[in-house]
Design a protein around this ligand. Structure first.
Ligand code: TXA
Ligand code: MG
Length: 339
């Protein structure tokens, strides 16, 4: 299949892309978190095509992207807490799971009786969703098991020839996927950490539970609340090992390891100039920069076949650092070296 690649800056391109969605095709589009691979969220066939294009197991449900938070009333049985979350965080990088209405095809929800909804804040995503006029089911626009795409080149690399169209936008502002919460009666459970942090959720909602599946390895027979958490996501080709130790010890270890050309180094900005080696990559100065750079860094290592091992700094666990920590630990298969 030939994939049409269009710049999202022109209105006519966005209109063409929306037309493709309405007629059952697939379009990758930018959001503030990562690029999404969209299909018509009310067409079971479009969802099947999404699973096929990504090579994704069809029991791993898709998020419905909406232009306005209130549209969720058509697709879910609304929990009143949703309105509080919507007022505080939508549009933005938050996905909310609630019981689904029959209008949403089972294929979209991987057979679950709940559905995930999200209202992106990215201006291109908003223009696109408005033109579509239907909810857009969209997972991240990567081949299953690869890091999520934060730049259009990543989408082209993974999906060119497999989908109808790619809308090119800028690099994604946040760089990690949305925070996912599940609403169940009075309970709010965080299933996947993201840019909407537990502290932010607690500012509008007194008791936030954190599903520990997001922070530890998942057993083979376990069924986490977000089915996607059980797959080894964000996996680069090389083995990732996260270094746990004082900053000086981590620097010394990385300085030594970097001399070997089969090693990739993920370091913090202040150490970059002090580490000499062929494959040294800084994640940035602070947790937000780390979030924005992580997936591009993992992909850049993938493009050097000689790299066998990646030694990475341990990201902070608070604020958005929790999301960076979660993605990197998953990429590492929770492999940590204590220094
Ligand atoms: O930021 C994002 O959320 C991006 C952009 C494109 O919006 N999308 C994204 O989708 O990350 P995806 O499919 O890569 O991750 C969605 C996660 C999966 O782990 C999936 O299992 C979970 O959400 N999920 C979706 N619907 C669910 C449901 N009804 N119940 C539990 N988990 C659900
Ligand atoms: Mg994904």
């Amino acid at each position: 299949m030939e994939t049409i690649i269009l710049s999202a800056s022109s209105d006519s391109s966005v209109k063409r892309a929306a037309q493709v969605i309405r007629s059952g095709g697939l379009v990758a589009f930018p959001t503030e978190t990562v690029y999404g691979l969209g299909g018509n969220g009310l067409m079971a066939d479009a969802a099947s095509r999404i699973y096929a294009a990504k090579g994704r197991p069809s029991d791993n449900p898709l998020i419905l992207h909406l232009q306005d938070p209130m549209e969720a009333e058509r697709y879910c049985y609304i929990n009143p807490l949703y309105y509080t979350l919507a007022a505080a965080f939508m549009p933005g990088p938050l996905t909310v799971i609630m019981p689904k209405k029959p209008i949403v095809p089972d294929t979209v929800t991987g057979g679950l009786d709940t559905v995930a909804v999200r209202v992106p804040s990215d201006p291109v995503a908003r223009r696109f969703l408005k033109e579509c006029g239907v909810p857009v089911a969209a997972p991240s626009a990567n081949i299953s098991g690869r890091p999520s795409p934060t730049r259009v080149e990543h989408v082209i690399e993974d999906l060119s020839g497999r989908i109808d169209m790619i809308l090119c936008g800028d690099e994604c502002e946040i760089g990690l996927e949305s925070t996912i919460v599940k609403l169940d009666g009075e309970h709010l459970t965080l299933l996947r950490p993201g840019a909407i942090t537990p502290q932010m959720l607690e500012s509008v909602f007194p008791s936030v539970q954190i599903d520990d599946c997001s922070m530890r390895p998942i057993g083979k027979d376990e069924k986490p609340a977000a089915p996607g958490m059980k797959y080894r996501h964000y996996a680069p080709r090389a083995k990732v090992i996260v270094l746990d130790g004082e900053s000086d010890a981590v620097l010394r270890f990385q300085q030594n390891a970097a001399r070997d050309d089969t090693v990739g180094i993920l370091c913090i900005d202040t150490h970059l100039a002090q580490i000499e080696g062929k494959h040294v990559y800084s994640l940035g100065k602070d947790p937000s920069q780390m979030a924005k750079n992580l997936f591009a860094a993992l992909r850049s290592f993938d493009s050097h076949a000689e790299i066998q091992t990646i030694y990475a700094v341990m990201p902070p666990k608070d604020g958005i650092g929790m999301a960076v920590h979660n993605r990197l630990m998953k990429a590492a298969g929770f492999s940590v070296l204590k220094l």
